[in-house]
Design a protein around this ligand. Structure first.
Ligand code: NIG
Length: 398
């Protein structure tokens, strides 16, 4: 079955071969699960079905490369305490751990399904989600298994915090051994919260080494609550991304930028910025402009979780990145699509893992149609419901 979306006022393709140029008066053809044709509306081939975009903007579906959607419980009181001036500390994670352990599979599934549905309705077609609120072998395995039922990129975050009442060394031994082995069938990457109050440099290295020795890609939560070794270690270990980044030294920015130079021997490390989290925790906004100017590839993600960022709205993240973090609309949209794909190693097609984040021939047919003539409206009309239609793998979701 083929579908022609035509009369597109502005088409963002993220095609690096055309210097990411936006196309006007454009059309795109979806064939089954894949993008089959992209070009000028006047030259579009015939298809089984046709959608008139009415001069509106079409973009790749959002790629949300950092969320924590497997949880139970509520942290409104903690949020209210922050509004009253209490700083965020990683201790609140244990509140969600207790609620998650006590929840049934059906309760966790229901929350996850609701959050995924909200995200998809907002144009998100690729979601990464992390474990990290179970923190025993059984609870982490359950979180990974439930996540893998509905989300295509599952990341093991056993190294989130040391759970209350648990011996630190015994916990780390488990995270880097039996726990990691138990979740392995369900995950594609491993993450570690490298922060004071969570895991120090030596502990972070243990987690990254264990992941690497089993062939898993890695991510690092780093430099969220203060300056620290997160960026340095992510770069040293060739992590796909380092996420948060509210506190960056000149050395951190230079180290990240160096990974994107053509002579760098391995794939670069993406700087994943999480504006909704920065705002909700009242932390400094990550220095997105500085990173972009240094040549660092940026991903923009929601960090949807009950503690620091209870939203999956990528539209909100894009608007904030433009209005408050100094990115251009093009940069913010690219970070929320192609940037996320690069952070998940999904910017090229491999068996069972189709390319996402770009509207180019051969990529998965993940498309959003806005109720606006250009992507600029995401920042120009912040907070407005601009998602008109969404297709994921060629299937219309709304
Ligand atoms: O990415 N930083 C660590 N983990 C989550 C928040 C976890 C929580 O407070 O529940 C984050 O912000």
């Amino acid at each position: 079955m083929s579908l022609l979306i035509t009369n597109i006022g502005e088409l963002t393709t993220n095609n690096e071969e055309t210097d990411y140029a936006r196309l006007h008066d454009a059309a795109v053809v979806l064939e089954g699960e894949t993008i089959a044709w992209v070009g000028s509306a006047a030259q579009a081939p015939a298809a089984d079905e046709r959608v008139d975009a009415d001069g509106c903007a079409v973009l790749p579906g959002w790629v949300d490369s950092h969320t924590h959607m497997v949880f139970a419980g509520d942290r409104t009181a903690e949020f209210e305490a922050r509004l009253a001036g209490k700083p965020y500390a990683a201790g609140g994670i244990n509140v969600t751990v207790a609620a998650t352990r006590a929840a049934t599979d059906e309760q966790l599934r229901a929350t996850l399904a609701r959050l995924v549905a909200e995200a998809r309705a907002g144009g998100t077609t690729t979601i990464e989600t992390k474990t990290g609120y179970g923190l025993t072998v059984a609870d982490e395995t359950r979180s990974a298994r439930l996540a893998a039922e509905v989300v295509e990129e599952v990341t093991f975050l056993g190294a989130h915090v040391v759970p209350q009442g648990t011996d630190r060394e015994a916990f780390l031994t488990s995270v880097t051994g039996p726990m990691l082995d138990a979740v392995a069938p369900f995950i594609s990457a491993v993450d570690v919260f490298c922060e004071s109050g969570a895991f120090d440099a030596a502990e972070t290295e243990r987690v990254l080494t264990a992941a690497r020795s089993r062939g898993f890609a890695t991510h690092v939560h780093g430099n969220q609550l203060g300056h620290g070794p997160g960026v340095r270690l992510a770069v040293e270990y060739g992590s796909l991304s380092v996420d948060h980044l509210g506190f960056l030294s000149e050395e951190d920015v230079a180290a990240l930028a160096a990974t994107w130079r053509p002579d760098h021997p391995t794939r670069g490390t993406v700087a994943t910025i999480l504006p909704a989290c920065d705002l909700s925790t009242r932390m400094p906004l990550a220095p997105a402009r500085r990173l972009a100017d240094a040549g660092v590839v940026i991903a923009l993600a929601s960090n949807c979780n009950p503690g620091t960022s209870y939203t999956s709205s990528m539209d909100f993240c894009v608007a904030t990145a433009v209005l408050q973090m100094g990115l251009s609309v093009e940069e913010a949209v690219r970070a929320a699509t192609l940037g996320g794909a690069i952070a998940l190693d999904r910017d090229r097609s491999r068996p069972g893992r189709p390319r996402v984040g770009a509207l180019v021939v051969g990529a998965r047919a993940d498309v959003q149609l806005l109720d606006a003539p250009s992507a600029t409206h995401l920042a120009y009309r912040p907070g407005m419901p601009l998602t008109r239609s969404v297709w994921r793998a060629g299937q219309r979701l709304r």
